[in-house]
Design a binder for this molecule. Structure first.
Ligand code: TXA
Ligand code: MG
Length: 351
């Protein structure tokens, strides 16, 4: 099929809304990453998403709404804590898991009796959902397994010819990591995926918080081993991985730089090409063939914004191995390290 590439004019958003309502697929910007939308109430529309992405169909989709009032029909109940979280962080990069109502087909939830709902803040996403007039199921708009898209070019790279339209909203207002997911069906709210709404921010509202073991895991074992099924099923799949093996190196700054440079020189002697992912502050110190500054260590939001772009960039650069610095693992850093560790398949060298 021919994929239309549209700027977010009112006229184009109306046409895209109609495509969605009628069962088609449209990629659009949100404040986290680009999403691939389809009508959440139509079982066949969800199937089109799975097909376009090459995604396993037991991985449930997040349902997006454009107003709080659209939540009630989709869920069996709204626990008090969900009202408080919505009050504090909606519209915004927070997804909540509820018991689903019968309106939501099992195709959308990967067979689960719960549904994840998000109310995005990005003006283009909100307007598109409003004009579609139906709730919109939308995973990240990448081919399954690849880093989530933070720009229109990434969506074109992965999905051109496989979906009906792409709304080109540029990079403006795209923060770069997927939403925080919290399950509010449990007695204590449970963090299933870390994101911009940090544990500290959640605790301020909920007073208590459990955390699924995959969230802060530093190894496959800590993540529950190969057989463990995380409560957000998508967290189990190998994800974001660049095509060349990625190793994270942790330790005091100078040690990390010497270690990576020694490894680099040794590999280069064997005729290999080496990539390095580093903070902008230390990037000039590396000897790798391709050194990418992902963002400023002192500004974690810039690392969040650059991370997926950097991982993706390495797929078109010919390197045999990639080394990366690690970042703080609290606050927003928890989300950054969660994505980096998954990209590395938990390959972490501690000096
Ligand atoms: O920021 C985001 O959330 C982006 C934008 C497009 O909104 N969407 C996104 O969707 O990241 P996706 O499909 O790439 O990730 C959805 C995650 C998966 O890990 C999935 O398993 C989990 O949400 N999920 C969806 N429904 C769930 C449910 N009912 N219970 C537990 N986890 C669920
Ligand atoms: Mg995804």
């Amino acid at each position: 099929m021919e994929t239309k590439l549209w700027l977010p004019t009112t006229e184009n958003l109306k046409s895209a809304g109609k495509i969605l309502r009628d069962g088609g697929t449209v990629a659009f910007p949100t404040e986290t990453v680009y999403g691939l939308g389809a009508n959440a109430l139509m079982p066949d529309a969800a199937k089109k998403i799975y097909l376009a992405k090459g995604r396993p169909s037991d991985n449930p989709l997040i349902v997006h709404i454009s107003d709080f009032s659209e939540l009630e029909p989709l869920v069996a109940e709204i626990p008090p804590v969900a009202y408080r979280l919505a009050e504090a962080y909606w519209a915004g990069p927070l997804t909540m898991v509820f018991k689903k109502s019968s309106l939501i087909p099992l195709e959308t939830t990967g067979g689960l009796d719960t549904v994840a709902v998000r109310f995005p803040a990005h003006p283009v996403a909100r307007e598109l959902i409003r004009l579609a007039g139906v709730p919109i199921a939308a995973p990240s708009a990448n081919a399954s397994g690849r880093p989530s898209p933070t720009a229109t070019e990434h969506v074109i790279e992965d999905l051109n010819g496989r979906i009906d339209a792409i709304i080109d909203g540029g990079r403006e207002g795209v923060m770069g990591l997927e939403s925080t997911i919290v399950d509010v069906t449990t007695p204590t709210p449970t963090l299933l995926r870390p994101g911009f709404i940090t544990p500290e921010m959640l605790l301020k509202v909920t007073g208590e918080l459990e955390t699924d073991r995959v969230v802060a895991a530093k190894s496959v074992q800590e993540a529950g081993g190969e057989g463990y099924v995380p409560r957000a099923p998508g967290m189990k799949y190998r994800h974001y991985a660049p095509r060349s093996p990625l190793t994270l190196v942790s330790g005091s700054g100078e040690k990390v730089i010497s270690y990576i440079n020694e490894k680099t020189v040794a590999l280069q002697k064997e005729g290999k090409r080496v990539g390095v992912i580093a903070a902008a502050e230390t990037a000039p110190r590396y000897l790798g063939d391709e050194v990418k500054a992902v963002g400023l260590r002192t500004r974690e939001d810039t690392i969040a914004k650059g991370l997926f772009d950097t991982l993706r960039a390495f797929d078109s650069l010919k390197v045999d191995a990639i080394f990366s610095e690690v970042f703080f693992d609290n606050g927003l850093g928890l989300a950054i390290m969660n994505r980096l560790l998954k990209a590395a398949g938990y390959s972490l060298m501690i000096l």
